[in-house]
Write a protein that binds this ligand. Structure first.
Ligand code: NAD
Ligand code: UGA
Length: 450
């Protein structure tokens, strides 16, 4: 099928490239001329493992191309995916200006019947509004369907190509039939499809993110009790996660969740319920608990510093999670801002996200090119992103580079026994503090998640 994907960000680039890899002819469009120019030169503007290679292959076989002209791409395609951003609006909910403006261009340019697939995350009911709008703007039948995306940054290609499920939302059998045709290669491999109304598909996406965020805020809250009574949240996590009714995923306590989706989607869900006169008791608490979790970690760093003059903190990681350069709503920023307000000098290192972070933080902190440079002279190391490079460190070397002796593990991802064997203090989230020499060699924050 001939497909146009509007928006070349984390979702548009990945889904467009994967749709090409499924055998479709895809033109991916973005309004940012520089972005399209780079993509045409083979430069991928975001860091996502495996994406550059897949783009190169699909461009080489002629199934994937890039353009800045949405109208032209619409006319050459049977199906148009909208994958533009839906950032938070100042007054609450989403800012749908990118989405509606892209839909308008598609409707005005349509030169025949089209299927318009909303891939961006939207509040339930948005598809109907788009359907009404395009029906007014185009003499042609434009079928508006919803196909929410569940990929995670860092594992996006695998999530798209080996999905837990694929959700189709449409108000007619024709819309479902088009989506089935697009995803037929994955259906043939046995991946599960759920067809439902457009509103149900929109709410499924909302509810999935809210459920995952709830689990994280839940375990983070329990981790506070663990910390207070000397229990170990990692043991508790295994103790509950092995119950088949609960399951182990998204129960990793830490510094709080970040990213471009959980914070905005939970807020938008709360906003929509309030707008409808409903009372989102549980959901309102999830975001509040997350904000508090980030503050608790920052305060623990300050407690360890204990008003030391000229304190230096080495922040390991700036991205909101490992394996991405995305810093949107990164918990690192909350921690750094608190440290800066307290007069602490902050040095930071991230394997991929220094440049994206610099756009937010400017010159407030020192960006280091290596982990060793970042760690040198630090009183405290604060690990905020669970990059593998941090987990596999040589702790004897880290101890020699530091001025102080305290490691704060905001992701419970380090082997605590290895840290303390190097003469360092180990502080984690919801785990007992360990002094130098305490703990077992190889004792880990168990498997990393997220
Ligand atoms: P993004 O900000 O990375 O990318 C959006 C892209 O759309 C940008 O490159 C922007 O220039 C482009 N754009 C904006 N208006 C345009 C227009 N009129 N025409 C063409 N291009 C236009 O956003 P993202 O992270 O890819 O998210 C996109 C949507 O997918 C959001 O609704 C998000 O909630 C949802 N989502 C994101 C993820 C994720 O992991 N990032 C996962 C699932 C769903
Ligand atoms: C999340 C969802 O997992 C995707 O299914 C969804 O498509 C996407 O949002 C979206 O709608 O944008 P993503 O934000 O890329 O994906 O990353 P996650 O792996 O979900 O992590 C989100 C945040 O939660 C990160 O800050 C991560 O470190 C944190 N997290 C995750 C935890 O603190 N604990 C966990 O156990 C898991």
């Amino acid at each position: 099928m001939k497909i146009a994907v509007i928006g070349c960000g984390y979702v548009g680039l990945v889904s467009g490239t994967c749709l090409a890899a499924l055998g479709h002819h895809v033109v991916a469009v973005d309004v940012m001329e520089e972005r399209v120019k780079q993509l045409r030169q083979g430069i991928v503007p975001i860091y996502e493992p495996g994406l550059s290679e897949l783009i190169r292959n699909e461009v080489a076989v002629g199934r994937l191309s890039f353009d800045i002209d949405t109208a032209k791409a619409t006319q050459s395609a049977e199906t148009i995916f909208l994958a533009v951003g839906t950032p938070p609006a100042k007054e609450g909910g989403y800012d749908f200006s990118y989405l509606f403006s892209a839909a308008e261009i598609v409707a005005k340019a349509a030169n025949g019947p089209k299927t318009l697939v909303v891939k961006s995350t939207v509040s339930p009911g948005t598809g109907s509004k788009i359907a009404q709008m395009v029906a007014k703007l185009s003499p042609h039948k434009i079928e508006v369907v919803n196909n929410p995306e569940f990929l995670r940054e860092g594992t996006a290609i695998q999530d798209f190509m080996q999905p837990d499920r694929i959700v189709f939302g449409a108000s007619s059998p024709a819309g479902i039939a088009t989506l089935r045709e697009i995803y037929q290669p994955l259906i043939d491999k046995g991946y599960e499809i759920f067809s439902m109304s457009r509103e149900s598909a929109e709410l499924t996406k909302f509810a999935a993110n809210a459920m995952l965020a709830t689990r994280i805020s839940f375990i983070n809250e329990v981790s506070q009790l663990a910390q207070a009574i000397g229990a170990d949240i990692e043991s508790v996590r295994m103790g509950i996660g092995t119950d088949k009714r609960i399951g182990p995923a998204f129960l990793k306590a830490g510094i709080g969740y970040g990213g471009s989706c959980f914070p905005k989607d939970v807020q938008a869900l709360v906003h929509q319920m309030k707008t409808l006169g409903l009372n989102p008791l549980l959901l309102s608490g999830i975001e509040a608990a997350n904000t508090r979790q980030k503050q608790i970690f920052a305060k623990r760093i300050l407690d360890v510093i204990n008003d030391k003059k000229d304190a230096v903190v080495a922040v390991w990681g700036l991205a909101f999670k490992a394996d991405t350069d995305d810093v949107r709503e990164s918990p690192a920023f909350d921690v750094i801002e608190t440290l800066l307000k307290a007069g602490v000098t902050v040095k930071a290192y991230d394997p991929q996200a220094a440049e994206t972070a610099r756009k937010v933080l400017g010159d407030k902190i020192t960006y280091c090119k290596t982990l060793a440079e970042c760690t040198w002279g630090a009183d405290v190391v604060a690990l905020v992103t669970n990059w593998n490079e941090f987990i596999t460190q040589n702790w004897e070397m880290i101890a020699k580079l530091m001025r102080g002796k305290h490691i704060l593990d905001g992701r419970n991802c380090l082997a605590s026994g290895r840290v303390t064997a190097a003469g360092l203090h180990y502080h984690a989230v919801g785990r007992p503090e360990l002094k130098p020499g305490e703990g077992k060699m190889g004792s880990m924050g168990v498997v990393s998640a997220g």
